[in-house]
Design a protein around this ligand. Structure first.
Ligand code: RFL
Length: 414
């Protein structure tokens, strides 16, 4: 926004301006609103869009605990299911890990992210929470005001937005929470000192949503020379599948029949039973890349969820971290705004980064467990080496109780 646009912009304000109404932004907004904090959520998309965007499904016990604590889990207890087993299919046969009974014990709740987002939105709006849909944040300004109190020469942060009718608006705030994902305005507004640690696992997935019941009563991970294939239940009538995919090939390159044949082959349906086929409702390409922004606080701007760190979907951690970070940030902002106690805000970045790096480490380990040589390395001498390491890793997981306990603890933990 130029100087002259800025001076003509509509002016609005809230103590906390939250960018994005995904799991992170919604949990944060709900907890702040419940604590009596003046906050507003600014969301680029429509309500229908955010309520129908299919993504995550596996919620860890800690996430369910947070949702339980704040009265946000009715829907998932009513309509979700529980999962505590995964099945690995390899060239040496298949084996199951009942991870719910291993480690410290703990199962996933399976509840589609769009259902969770719908529940959270309903809860927030029913209690009078403020949200603006169709409102795109363009940039966060003056976030370097140290603590949002105006203590550094009276400067306070503000967010510029484009309203549905195209008019520019300036949102004055004391604090801004960037919960607007990997391509959001918060990341674009980071000061030069912010570091983005980026890593490409070198693998691409074709993600599929099939209108078909789950084909096994477990998460299925198929390790195959042709590439990884995955099976994850979503609802009794919808199942997510993944196929390791050649990077650069469009999602619609293969007809449905070929995709199902390839899933059969990699999941070794001939040995372990057929897959329930159905219409493919959605196809998406996901490069397994990840990143971490460090630190997560820049003056009065705080990052949470995918805006803070992006994880490859191999270990289903992203939505779980988003909810955890939102709860931590809500408590810290509430302390700062109601009692002037900024210790929580000061410790926010370090506290969350410890969880994030642990989740990144496990996700990287899972990614190496499930895939052969990275893209472009399939026919090289390194390819054999990679495949042999993977086989040895899988064998250790199949036979070592200590390894299984470690897996279970990391698989359901955040
Ligand atoms: P979201 O959900 O992306 O929400 C961000 C919101 O911000 C809005 N937005 C803006 N609003 C205003 N102004 C702007 N400039 C804006 N730019 C963006 C967007 O419209 C959106 O509404 O981020 P959040 O809240 O941080 O939540 C993160 C999770 O969505 C994500 O980590 C998970 O979906 C990752 N993930 C999984 N996580 C799990 O914990 N368990 C799983 O089983 C799991 N499965 C998955 C996944 C991600 C997947 N994809 C997308 C790769 C499966 C898949 C296929």
């Amino acid at each position: 926004m130029t100087e002259s646009q800025n001076s003509r912009a509509l002016r609005e304000s809230a103590d906390v301006v939250v960018l994005g109404a995904g799991p992170a932004g919604l949990v944060l907004g709900i907890l702040l609103h419940a604590a009596g904090i003046d906050c507003v959520l600014l969301e680029r998309a429509s309500r229908t869009h955010v309520q129908t965007r299919a993504r995550a499904g596996f919620l860890a016990p800690n996430t369910v605990g947070i949702l339980d604590r704040h009265g946000l889990s009715d829907g998932l207890h009513r309509d979700g299911s529980r999962h505590g087993t995964c099945e690995f299919r390899t060239e040496d046969g298949r084996f199951r890990l009942d991870y719910g009974a291993l480690g410290q014990g703990g199962q996933h709740h399976v509840y589609p992210q769009q259902n969770l987002v719908t529940d959270l939105l309903t809860h927030y709006l029913d209690r009078g929470g403020r949200i603006r849909f169709h409102t795109e944040a363009l940039a966060v300004h003056d976030a370097d005001a140290i603590d949002g109190t105006g203590g550094t020469g009276g400067t306070r942060p503000y967010v510029t937005t484009r309203e549905p009718d195209g008019r520019p608006t300036r949102w004055n705030a004391r604090y801004v929470a960037g919960c607007d994902g990997r391509h959001g305005a918060a990341r674009r507004s980071l000061p030069p000192g912010a570091v983005r640690h980026h890593h490409d696992h070198g693998v691409t997935w074709l993600g599929l949503l099939a209108e078909a019941p789950p084909s096994l009563d477990a998460v299925g991970y198929a390790v195959h020379d042709r590439g990884f294939a995955g099976h994850m239940a979503r609802t009794p009538g919808v199942t997510r599948y993944y196929l390791q995919w050649h990077r650069g090939t469009p999602a619609d390159a293969w007809p449905e029949q070929r995709i199902w044949d390839e899933l059969d082959l990699r999941m070794r349906a001939a040995d372990h039973g057929p897959l329930h086929r159905g219409t493919l409702l959605e196809r998406g390409i996901f490069d397994l890349t990840c990143d971490v922004i460090e630190p997560l606080r820049h003056g009065s701007l705080f990052l949470a969820g995918d805006a803070a760190s992006l994880l490859a979907p191999a270990a289903a951690k992203g939505a779980n971290l988003a909810v955890l970070e939102a709860e931590i940030l809500a408590a810290a902002l509430t302390d700062a705004l109601t009692r002037g106690d900024t210790a929580g805000l000061d410790g926010y970045s370090d506290r969350c980064l410890a969880h994030i790096w642990r989740a990144q480490e496990f996700t990287g380990w899972m990614t190496r467990l499930l895939h052969a040589a990275p893209e472009g390395d399939h026919r090289s001498a390194g390819s054999f080496f990679h495949a042999a390491l993977r086989r040895s890793r899988l064998d250790s997981l199949r036979t070592s109780r200590i390894h299984q306990d470690w897996f279970a603890e990391n698989y359901v933990g955040v």
